[in-house]
Design a protein around this ligand. Sequence first.
Ligand SMILES: Nc1nc2c(ncn2[C@@H]2O[C@H](COP(=O)(O)OP(=O)(O)OP(=O)(O)O)[C@@H](O)[C@H]2O)c(=O)[nH]1
Length: 304
Amino acid sequence: MSDRPVSEFRAGFAAFVGRPNVGKSTLMNALVGTKVAITSSKPQTTRRVIRGIVHRPDAQLVIVDTPGLHRPRTLLGERLDSLVLSTLTEVDVLGFCVPANEPIGKGDRFIAEKLGAVKKTPVIAVVTKCDLASREEVAKQLLAVSQLAEFAEIVPVSAKGDDQLDVLADLLIDRLPESPPLYAGGELTDEPEQVLVAELIREAALEGVRDELPHSIAVVVEEMGPREGRDDLLDVYAFMFVERDSQKAIVIGPGGSRLKDVGSRARKQIEALLGSRVYLDLRVKVAKEWQRDPKQLRRLGFYD
Ligand SMILES: Nc1nc2c(ncn2[C@@H]2O[C@H](COP(=O)(O)OP(=O)(O)OP(=O)(O)O)[C@@H](O)[C@H]2O)c(=O)[nH]1
């Protein structure tokens, strides 16, 4: 950790970009030290810009987590991409993530090209998941990444192995402007709790579903608050939206078994997040073709 004088306090924004599943959310969580963004083994689970904040005596780093950059297929996809592109120009520094254990592909090149076009924001290349590769493979990957584009820095890390995270934080913070702190101490995220709760439910619903469900589930928390007369129990009423009846059947499972399972896993996560006992009322609804309907998208929290 650097010992910058307090008079030179730095604060600003960083975003991680990279194709789906390269470890962006896991990295952000490891830097922040608390689970804020939602990770799952399925690609494209990060739908919203979720911020985690790294507080240090000399700096405050606000991390904006972006969805995986990809070519748009549906209206939802287009909206995601414009969200990503606007994020790229609004931050002080970008982290371009490439995993150590997979060859560089078309997707990585596509993103590197997009990043090259964002001239005003410095880009730090981050080789992730180094615990999954040998030293030799990591060295090879560093070289390959350096040939993709001009990067301000290249750094190998492992979020799971807690390796080099301080080095990465230093490199990011070096690129922030001198500024007083942007958020009060102790704040980890500025996402409203209801959004985090909805993301936890969505994560639980996606676990173990093998087919194309990820883009077809949206979760909305309708209401959340302490049970009347009780300060130890929180009621959460949530809807899970799917596109088709067939998906509804998958999500609910035989005799409601899957939904029950999802509910109980989500409930444990919400209890851990909020530090309170939770009663979760989870219902499934079919919102036909919601991905293509701007009105439905707005209702589900995807704004223009
Ligand atoms: N071994 C190892 N696995 C990792 C590491 N970082 C992430 N993973 C795993 O890689 C998978 C994807 O990680 P995420 O953090 O969800 O990836 P992402 O880039 O945010 O994915 P999207 O939300 O789809 O864009 C998860 O199964 C993680 O557990 C790491 O440092 N080491």
